[in-house]
Design a protein around this ligand. Sequence first.
Ligand code: XMP
Length: 517
Amino acid sequence: KILVLDFGSQLTQLIARRVREQQVYCELHPFDVSDDFVRSFNPQGIILSGGPNSVYEATDWKAPQAVFELGVPVLGICYGMQTMAEQLGGKVESSNKREFGYAEMRARGHSKLFSGLQDRESDQGHGLLDVWMSHGDKVTQLPPGFKVIGDNESTPVAAMADEDRGYYAVQFHPEVTHTLKGKEMFARFVHDICGCGRDWTMPNYVEEAVAKIRAQVGNEEVILGLSGGVDSSVAAALIHRAIGDQLTCVFVDNGLLRLNEAEQVMETFARGLGVKVVHVDATEQFLGHLKGVSDPEQKRKIIGREFVEVFDAESKKLVNAKWLAQGTIYPDVIESAGAKTGKAHTIKSHHNVGGLPEHMKLKLLEPLRELFKDEVRELGVALGLPHDMVYRHPFPGPGLGVRILGEVRKDFADLLRRADAIFIDELRAAGWYEKTSQAFAVFLPVKSVGVMGDGRTYEYVVALRAVETQDFMTAHWAELPHSLLGKVSNRIINEVRGINRVVYDISGKPPATIEWE
Ligand code: XMP
């Protein structure tokens, strides 16, 4: 396994995912873990991430000394390269030229990291690689034992290595897809240089996870809040595989779900997999408490609170339950170096289904804690869940509650559900569902004038939103074909009485957010 130490780059999670893609297990930890931690982790290799600092300013942002004492290969990326250079006796300086974006690098000296890899060849027969650079500082003096293994005009030390010790460092970012041979570079590092095997696969993981759950839970009972989302669904399927009827799922219908969602969940889990599912229809309770409330944050709080209440009441009935299972995934538990700077702002309070009622005194079972989202999906497929369920777009915990602007009413929710289903149907039919990261309809409680047949209409507006994004932190609106938008608009207006106008949202994030509330 590989240890990835995070120096605060936005890209650190991508490094970990690239390693996992090579079927090698890795974990991500902040750079300032202790020497003891590094030793007891017992990695076969270590990767030092990029980060926003300068080694000569942030003098305490260093890799633990143990990293260079374990005798295992180390790969430094960007800031990771600079701190490696510094800590091993080289020199880093601020350069007058910042390099940002595409660059061409010349591979030199037949290193294990690059040899035989090239995007094209130079006139002198050197392999040339397209790489993605983003840096202001650069290494100006190699540490003893190192040689240059990649360069270009503006960055004479674009990559360096001490191959005897297995130390490699690159100034560019191999983890982004703009570095065309990045994937191969990770393969070289983890397999050829560190000697890791390909044992991290989801079918393997099922067996391991099943055994672990059985050992943990014994013959005690487990309760899980099933939302229909990917994470709780995969967690339910996995735990059910491990302990069968010792698992009871509680599915709370808050009246703000998508069309036929409750039926689908019951179909897949209760009838399909034979999972025990308690279906609670709490529509009236939720909508009752939302009456007259139009502030988005207030709505989120109410929905979150009511969920806990309903879930709590149900779980009290399951007197034998000793465990609460949750679909927590790896990105939720990673403690990043970036968090230390305290720069993260809360723009919206996110209430996810499955919030832990503190007083319940149940033990926590989180079988997906080690997995990235794409791995959770693969696991779901390996467990036999339907592809459409596992590759579904994310749906926020408060559901349609934040897609009906202002006050939430049942009649609005009913209109929105149907409009949304038409939009998603057509996206799927046109092959656009997979090309977008999230798509949905929003109900606008304003009326506009229309004409239908010979009559004047005065009805509500629906906005369509479809975005493309990697991480949901930034997003582009999807450039859906006009003909597709036209078809969706026609169908919604014709089939959903009460809507006479459809608009398409062309705002990016930032400055807009993905959801409208
Ligand atoms: P925004 O609107 O902040 O959304 O750009 C980013 C991602 O988060 C989802 N989202 C939520 N998820 N509870 C959730 O579980 C919430 O309150 C919530 N608000 C937004 C949103 O759907 C998008 O995927």
